[in-house]
Design a protein around this ligand. Structure first.
Ligand code: MG
Length: 156
C-alpha cells in the first residue's frame, strides 16, 4: 500500500453581516467569514490538504474564486467533489487532523458536530483541534480565522 500526506492552510477575514461557518456548522457570533464561497476556512484547508496528498494542485485550481458557479458555495460540496477527484486519481482519504486558529467564539461546544460533518464529507475520520492567537497576530486581534490540515491518503 502506498501512503501519502498533504498539508493545507487557509485564512479568511472576519466581517460583519456574514455567517461564521466552520466545517459546515454555523457558529453564533457577531461577525462571520468573508469570501467568495461560504468562506468555510476549515473545509478549505482540509480540501487543500486532500488535493495535495493526491498530487492534484490546489483548491484554487479546481474551484476558482473567479467562477460565479462557486459564489456562496457550500464548501462541504466542494470537499466531496475533491474526494471524488482524488479517488479518480487513485487515492482515498485515510485520516485527517486539523487545527482552527480562532480567538472567539469557543469552538469546543461545536467540535462534535464539525467532526461529524467533515468525517462524513471526507469519508474518513477527521480530528478537529482549536487554538487561539493569545491576543497577537491577525487571529489574536480577531481580524480573521485560519485553519491548518494534514490529510493522509492511501492508494485505491
Ligand atoms: Mg478559503
Amino acid at each position: 500500500m502506498s501512503i501519502r500526506s498533504g498539508i493545507g492552510w487557509d485564512s479568511h477575514r472576519l466581517a460583519p453581516g456574514r455567517p461564521l461557518i466552520l466545517g459546515g456548522v454555523t457558529l453564533e457570533h457577531d461577525r462571520g467569514l468573508d469570501g467568495h464561497s461560504d468562506a468555510d476556512v476549515l473545509a478549505h484547508a482540509l480540501t487543500d490538504a486532500l488535493l495535495g496528498a493526491a498530487g492534484l494542485d490546489d483548491i484554487g485550481a479546481h474551484f476558482p474564486d473567479t467562477d460565479p458557479a462557486f459564489a456562496g458555495a457550500d464548501s462541504l460540496v466542494l470537499l466531496r467533489e475533491a474526494v471524488a477527484r482524488a479517488r479518480a486519481a487513485g487515492f482515498a482519504p485515510t485520516f485527517a487532523d486539523t487545527t482552527v486558529l480562532m480567538e472567539r467564539p469557543k469552538l469546543g461546544p461545536h467540535r462534535a458536530a464539525i467532526r461529524a460533518n467533515l468525517t462524513e464529507a471526507l469519508g474518513a475520520p477527521v480530528n478537529v483541534k482549536a487554538s487561539t492567537g493569545e491576543g497577537i497576530g491577525f487571529v489574536g486581534r480577531e481580524e480573521g480565522v485560519a485553519a491548518l490540515a494534514v490529510v493522509t491518503v492511501h492508494n485505491v
